[in-house]
Design a binder for this molecule. Structure first.
Ligand code: IVH
Length: 674
């Protein structure tokens, strides 16, 4: 065959392949059987191997799937993609179950049924199906907003493109994990550290060349938004997923009681090595959807599920030195520098020593031989010292009484609740006066749950700090981009991307704004409570002026510790300047009140005494879901005092004096059901 004829034959085959790809990935039409499609691909590849002059951008050796998108558009998840709390042992599981029983106001012997599912270590994705057709696929992103990776997901064979089963919901987001099987990973292991990285890189690749030949898999396990689904249990849902054409985990189980959870855990852990995919624990979910709904979420994790992580891996090493790290709250954390060791495939060279007391309690000294533990994503730590190996060169560590960064005195707070001194020693400077604290505060400010500025990671904060480009959070919104463009490793495109991410985040929710300030004791949940109570950032600024901090004590969940911390924060001039400047620069959205027109709109409740068959936490969440608020003290502003068994007499008397409506549990539920 002459060269021209070969080229023609090759071109025709490429054209056919492109046609089938286009039909399959864009129109969801399969015009060729899987085996014939594979034969066609093989023929093309064989021709390319035999004749080096054959080249095409559309070669199956280059292109995976059909035109994976280059820029990922951000799309909000209709229902947020939550994360899971971790459990590391039986005690954590007991606590998990206890909290559930308390919330539901059930006795200890009440049986909760769980769906136990191996936790695949991959990348989660949410697949939207409309009328049975796979119409959009999003990555998890920050849980609220994902990236549109539809085209990349369409290249995964385990993801059905069209589902025509009658009972498949009209509109549903199917969620699960994208991963790479270990046997497939072996073929590409030189390019990636582990299968998870390979899957992540491949799924989010902007250039299809990067992921060629990497077969991704998908296992489904939950759903987000849904319309028209009539399923009552997770176990039933998993069964349906299978019928609808999804792959589900082959070792899912239904179990009751912490003891059976533990024995299943041990069984699966033994099997772990033999599985063809990496799992890093077991996820337990309350099986009944109605109960899941009642339990709801705490911040960004459900109350009804937990991830039981596999036991840690240990290793023996030597403490070479002890460094002090300074956190954003000024906490001094000792970190053991150890001789690098490989624990479960990860090289570990640092281990946290937690705090001063921990070093004394475990008697850890420089040059000691130690046992190091690494569990899941948690920072490795020292379990114990091998005292029989202690030599003459072992050296006690003197904890610094002055901050290594700014020289201020280091202090231990007195905890009025426990009536004890804190075990953590802190830099006594006020935040932005200490260099290391400032850097950590800015890292927190840009972090995922705060401003979530894409491409502004910890390393960039450090670099920009060194270059004196940033000193305070507001500097982020006034960067000199021309200057940055001239820096090593930066170019027009990367600067534009950074500028875009920063501009995009000038619009921010009130709760994220509060959280981003990094006020001690004000985590995500407390920031949310304060935002909801104050409603707008204007009121936050007012608070900084009128200093009426005790009004925050009305928030159920906020106590003296938090209020004192806020008072401290506002007593510092730099902090005041920061919030004023940010308030000027940013567009801070008012707090989202869950539902403004619920039956309890503008009503405040206070609960006293024991309720029957329902926990206080659940009543509180019912009030909030119906636009009401719960407060923690009786005042004129209170609408209802909900009284259970054995109430605090003083509260009832005060409420009567103030002419506040006193209701019992029955009356409360009547109001709710009206
Ligand atoms: S359920 C609220 N089920 O674990 C429910 N997640 O740490 C959250 N994961 O982002 C998801 N296997 O990537 C669920 N059977 C399973 C899972 C699973 C793995 C991952 C998922 C999630 C992460 C949470």
């Amino acid at each position: 065959m002459n060269e021209n004829l070969i080229k023609k034959k090759y071109k025709n085959k490429i054209k056919s392949l492109d046609y089938y790809n286009q039909k399959y990935y864009n129109e969801n039409i399969s015009e060729i059987s899987d085996s014939n499609y594979d034969i066609l691909k093989k023929e093309i590849i064989e021709l390319e191997k035999k004749y080096s002059f054959l080249k095409s951008k559309k070669s199956p050796q280059i292109q995976v799937g059909y035109k994976p998108s280059k820029n990922f558009r951000k799309v909000p998840h209709k229902v947020p993609m939550l994360s899971l709390a971790n459990a590391f042992g039986k005690e954590d599981l007991r606590n998990f179950e206890k909290k559930i029983l308390n919330f539901l106001d059930k006795k200890e012997n009440f049986k909760i049924e769980y769906s136990a599912e191996p936790k695949i270590d991959g990348i989660s994705a949410s697949l939207t199906y409309r009328g049975g057709k796979f119409s959009m696929g999003l990555s998890r992103g920050d849980g609220k907003e994902g990236e549109d990776i539809t085209e990349n997901l369409k290249t995964i064979k385990d993801i059905p493109q069209l589902i025509s089963k009658k009972d498949f919901p009209q509109d549903i987001d199917i969620r699960g994990e994208v991963f790479i099987q270990n046997s497939d990973f072996k073929k590409i292991k030189d390019k990636f550290a582990n299968p998870r990285n390979a899957a992540s890189g491949s799924l989010r690749q902007k250039n299809p060349n990067d992921s060629k030949k990497i077969p991704l898999r998908f296992i489904a396990y939950t759903f987000g938004y849904e319309k028209g689904m009539n399923i009552k249990y997770q176990s039933e849902f998993l069964k349906k997923l299978k019928e609808w054409g999804f792959k589900v985990n082959p070792i899912n189980k239904i179990l009751c009681g912490v003891d059976s959870l533990m024995s299943n855990y041990q069984e699966v852990e033994k099997k772990r090595e033999k599985l063809d995919f990496d799992i890093d624990g077991i996820v337990y979910k309350v099986n009944n959807f109605e109960t899941q709904k009642r339990l709801g979420n705490i911040s960004n994790a459900p109350r009804w599920a937990i991830a039981h992580k596999f036991s840690a891996n240990n290793g023996i090493s030597k403490i070479v030195d002890i460094d002090i790290q300074i956190g954003r709250t000024g906490a001094l954390t000792p970190v053991g520098k150890i001789d690098p060791i490989n624990i479960g495939g990860v090289v570990v060279s640092n281990a946290t020593l937690h705090n001063e007391d921990e070093i004394v309690r475990k008697d850890i000294r420089i040059n000691d031989e130690v046992i190091v533990e690494r569990a899941g994503d948690v920072i490795p730590h020292i379990i114990s010292v091998n005292f029989d190996k202690r030599g003459k060169n072992s050296k006690k560590f003197i904890f610094p009484k002055k901050c290594p960064s700014c020289g201020s005195k280091t202090v231990k707070d007195f905890n009025y609740l426990t009536k004890k001194e804190d075990s953590v020693r802190r830099c006594s400077s006020e935040g932005f006066e200490c260099e290391k604290v400032s850097i950590e505060k800015i890292k927190h400010f840009v972090s995922k749950d705060a401003f979530n500025i894409d491409g502004f990671g910890k390393k960039i904060v450090e670099k920009f700090w060194d270059l004196k480009l940033i000193r305070l959070p507001q500097d982020i919104f006034n960067l000199n981009y021309d200057n940055i463009e001239t820096l090593d490793g930066w170019g027009r495109q990367s600067v534009n991307n950074l500028k875009f991410s920063i501009e995009e985040r000038k619009k921010i929710s009130f709760e994220r704004f509060i959280y981003a300030l990094g006020i001690r004791h004000i985590g995500l949940e407390n920031a949310r409570l304060i935002a909801k109570f104050l409603n707008s950032s204007k009121n936050f600024i007012m608070l900084s002026k009128n200093k009426n901090f005790s009004e925050l004590l009305n928030i159920d969940g906020i106590g003296e510790t938090q209020v004192n911390s806020i008072r401290n924060f506002f007593s510092n001039n730099t902090n005041i300047k920061i919030i004023n400047k940010l308030y000027e620069t940013l567009d801070i959205n008012d707090a989202v009140q869950i539902k403004k027109d619920g039956v309890f709109a503008n009503k405040t409740f206070m609960i006293t005494g024991k309720l029957n068959g329902v926990s206080r936490a659940e009543v509180k969440s019912l009030i909030e879901k119906n636009s009401g608020t719960t407060v923690s003290s009786v005042s004129k502003k209170l609408s209802y005092l909900l009284v259970g068994e054995k109430p605090t007499k003083r509260k009832v008397v005060t409420a009567k004096d103030l002419n506040i409506l006193i209701i019992n549990q029955e009356e409360f539920f009547k109001m709710l059901n009206k």
